[in-house]
Design a binder for this molecule. Structure first.
Ligand SMILES: [Zn+2]
Length: 491
């Protein structure tokens, strides 16, 4: 009796342990960052290597997919470009992912093509258990480029000049109509709304850029949290936990004011747990190729956690604890430089922002003076502490020089002698050059005493010696022989 009862207790205990350990193991399932990095390295799509590309670049990558994907055309853009969807999986939990609603926000699109390669990977690559979890539990539908007309020109809006993200209700754009219809036809449980944000977002109270920002959008003015929104918050908390291991402190959360015209807010309202991902800036990654990798990692891990149900291990509190986005970054912040106005000396900070111009796929930066005065609440992607330094104006080289007669040594000599700009012949206008000096053609001479919004063009000197030249927002150290070459546009 005693023995028999002991055995049954033991049996029950074992049964209980198995029962409790099995779901517990499942509920903490997530993919280690190192494994995600390996998967990215193996499956990154080599056909895309910079963030400016149009539909013609992705069309062959969609047409050439293996049969595990069902490829459909959901509709056409204003200018007649196809809007494609790719569907993958045999499961019942439906997830819709749409990218590049804004034509110049292409980072996540690249990651989706990396993800497609991963999903097509061979069964012996070491990732099959991840793939089978996705395949067996999920039905995934991807819309990689919702706004191909905007992508073609690398602009935000569609060919009607409408911001698709304000067209969720009215649907006066064919692209907005496609997305709304795709959601209604598919009725996904989860939705991923993939965007880029400008590079001036920082994580509140820090100089760190918000490399990735999240939002579980509100579905009403009161910003209430129902089960739909709560699930989105938990998935985001899982993505944040992953990112904190690879880019600690560089994740922000958007303000959740309800925007009644936006897709994220409405799709949440229509019953799909919606997750907004915004790709921001990362130091030294203007082309956003590392941020593309981060997108691949968080998307794959989030899909895995949705597939296994392990996203439920996270809490709404973890979501709320993600710090807010702020917008306090400049590209270059020069602090405490002495300057003169009407013969009066004063100390100032100078904030410079650089807009991005693509000439074919070459990225050219055009700096402008965004602000000056007390900028102590701002941060710079690059900062110069200029205490003890004086702002000194430069000159224009007195002769017109044909472009082919310039070389690095000559340009450096010009900079050292006090010349920050040089004129060249008209035929070179609009070309890209790689000299650390401002080059212009007749009639386009820069203001050598730059004001707000002008091209930043001046020296920082200490004890009468010119140490640094600021040329179109680029920093050139004059004591260095080999300054890094940058691309400039001949005006
Ligand atoms: Zn956007």
């Amino acid at each position: 009796m005693k023995t028999s009862s002991g055995i049954s207790v033991l049996f029950i205990v074992i049964l209980f342990l198995c029962y409790s350990c099995q779901p517990a193991k499942e509920s903490t399932d997530s993919i280690p960052p190192a494994l995600l990095e390996d998967a990215y390295a193996k499956y990154k799509a080599p056909e895309i290597d910079n963030r400016r590309y149009g539909y013609e670049v992705i069309a062959p990558l969609i047409a050439g997919r293996k049969e595990i994907f069902e490829t459909t055309v959901l509709g056409e853009s204003v200018e007649g470009r196809p809007i494609n969807a790719l569907t993958y999986g045999e499961g019942t939990r439906k997830v819709l992912l749409w990218s590049q609603m804004h034509g110049n926000e292409s980072t996540a699109t690249m990651a989706l093509f990396d993800l497609f390669n991963f999903l097509e990977g061979s069964a012996d690559d070491g990732f099959e258990s991840i793939r089978s979890a996705l395949r067996e539990n999920l039905l995934l539908r991807f819309i990689p480029m919702l706004n191909p007309d905007g992508a073609e020109k690398f602009v935000r809006r569609n060919a009607q000049q409408i911001d698709l993200n304000r067209d969720a209700v009215r649907q006066s754009t064919p692209e907005g109509f496609v997305l709304k219809t795709a959601r209604d036809d598919f009725e996904p449980e989860f939705g991923f709304n993939l965007h880029d944000q400008n590079r001036y977002y920082n994580v509140e109270g820090t100089a760190l850029p918000a490399t990735i920002s999240f939002l579980a959008p509100a579905y009403n003015e009161d910003r209430e949290v129902n089960a739909v929104r709560s699930r989105a918050m938990k998935v985001i908390a899982g993505m944040d936990q992953l990112l904190q291991q690879v880019i600690p402190g560089q994740v922000g959360k958007y303000d959740d004011s309800f925007e009644p015209r936006a897709f994220g807010d409405n799709i949440q309202k229509w019953g799909t747990s919606t997750i907004l991902i915004e790709s921001g800036a990362y130091s030294g990654d203007r082309e956003k190729q590392y941020i593309r990798q981060l997108n691949f990692m968080i998307l794959l891990n989030a899909l895995y956690e949705i597939a296994t149900g392990s996203f439920d291990q996270y809490t709404e509190e973890a979501y709320h604890a993600i710090p807010e986005n702020d917008s306090k970054l400049m590209d270059l912040l020069i602090k405490n430089v002495e300057t003169t106005a009407v013969d009066k000396k004063y100390l100032t900070d100078i904030g410079i922002k650089s807009s991005e111009v693509f000439l074919d796929s070459v990225l050219v930066l055009e700096g402008s003076i965004a602000d000056w005065g007390d900028l102590s609440v701002y941060y710079g992607h690059e900062e110069i502490e200029a205490k003890g330094m004086t702002l000194e104006k430069g000159e224009i080289w007195p002769e017109v020089i044909p472009l082919e007669q310039l070389d690095s040594a000559k340009v450096l000599q010009m900079l050292k002698e006090g010349y920050l700009a040089v004129a060249t012949e008209m035929q070179y206008q609009g070309q890209v050059h790689q000299f650390p000096i401002l080059i212009f053609t007749e009639g386009n001479a820069p203001n050598m005493h730059p004001d707000l919004d002008d091209t930043p063009l001046f020296y920082l000197s200490a004890k009468g010696k010119k140490n640094i030249a600021i040329i179109n927002g680029h920093v050139v150290h004059l004591e260095k022989e080999n300054n890094s070459i940058f691309s400039g546009l001949i005006k």
